[in-house]
Design a protein around this ligand. Sequence first.
Ligand code: DOR
Ligand code: ZN
Length: 425
Amino acid sequence: MTAYLITNVSVLGAAPTDLLIRDGVVAETGVGLTASGAVTVDGTGLVALPGLVDLHTHLREPGREDAETVETGSRAAALGGYTAVCAMANTSPVADTAGVVEQVWRLGREAGLVDVQPIGAVTVGLAGERLAELGAMADSAARVRIFSDDGHCVADPRLMRRALEYVKAFDGIVAQHAEEPRLTEGAQMHEGEISTRLGLTGWPAVAEEAIIARDVLLAEHVGSRLHICHVSTAGSVAVLRQAKARGVQVTAEVTPHHLLLTDEKAVTYDPVYKVNPPLRTAADVAALRAALAEGVVDIVATDHAPHAVEDKECEWAYARPGMLGLETALSITLDVLGPRWDLIAERMSRTPARIAGLTEHGHDPAPGAPANLTLVDPAARRVIEPTELASRSSNTPYARMTLPGRIVATFLRGEATVLDGKAVK
Ligand code: DOR
Ligand code: ZN
């Protein structure tokens, strides 16, 4: 196993030091370290962070390997500074059995670029009618702890209650895609001034807020853990703030795109901006940024949603919702939060690792910690070229934008997955 000596690097913004990585752990830190046989990485000007953890990634395998595979998505993740990703269940077939979650988990191990932790579906086929075999997925080799019908809402309150009850047996968590389907039939974008002007059917904020309000009450009643996917409105933040003040076990994520972009983008009619939940107003963006800084929203999760060209480069109404996220998330978060490295580590690594129960991840680079870490050059600026991304798809909303920060290296259990900004394999 290769040893690495990272010299003159700032751990989370502190004064520069050296880091020796050996046998899968951070073996030593301190100024002026030497290690014979170690590969030296010049860390001058770089910031070391715990490896990022994404709670919400669509890898598309099995079923849509033309859009992404576990391997291409894993490479995109490593290049984005991630050491672990949770793979959403809306594949084909759906990840609603022990067999499928084990397949995804095994493919992740074979790719060996990040830890791929499968998420299991809540209901069979994401159809919202019968509970999937949650216990069998939890007991499988994949050890599933997060369950989600993401892409669809678990709209039936009785099923949602049962799922929340069931996962308590193994300290699991239900991750809800909060969207009351009766309020979003035919919806194309955020319901507001711009949807009215463009004549597109609106997706009202209340469709999200009503489900979150219902589900925090259910989670409170049952005494179970609830996670809210991609929170997008100021009203959702208000509901979450109240629930947390009462001690409900609820956590929530926000995506980079909901922290940066608004429904104004829809006036271009470019489907690259079509996403579910939709881009909201500037007031929502401001509320989400404040909630993330404060902790009412716990984490940044990408909702990395690769789509093939024919599913994206078509008329707005026919385009699939979703945008790429893994290779740009750190840059957008850095842009939004500024170089507050401890906060970034908290929102993008420690807390998501804790929510997902990924005990090897989310540790600051310190002696004895598993060597899952990433090195960022905060002074670098890069122009995003969709065709240069490692993802098999190109549907990034940041094409040709100049973004701050660049991932220089990523280490998974002490092995480099990215060096000099390039994937090692
Ligand atoms: O925009 C989205 N895309 N939202 C979802 O909930 C699902 C996702 C996908 O699978 O493409
Ligand atoms: Zn979703």
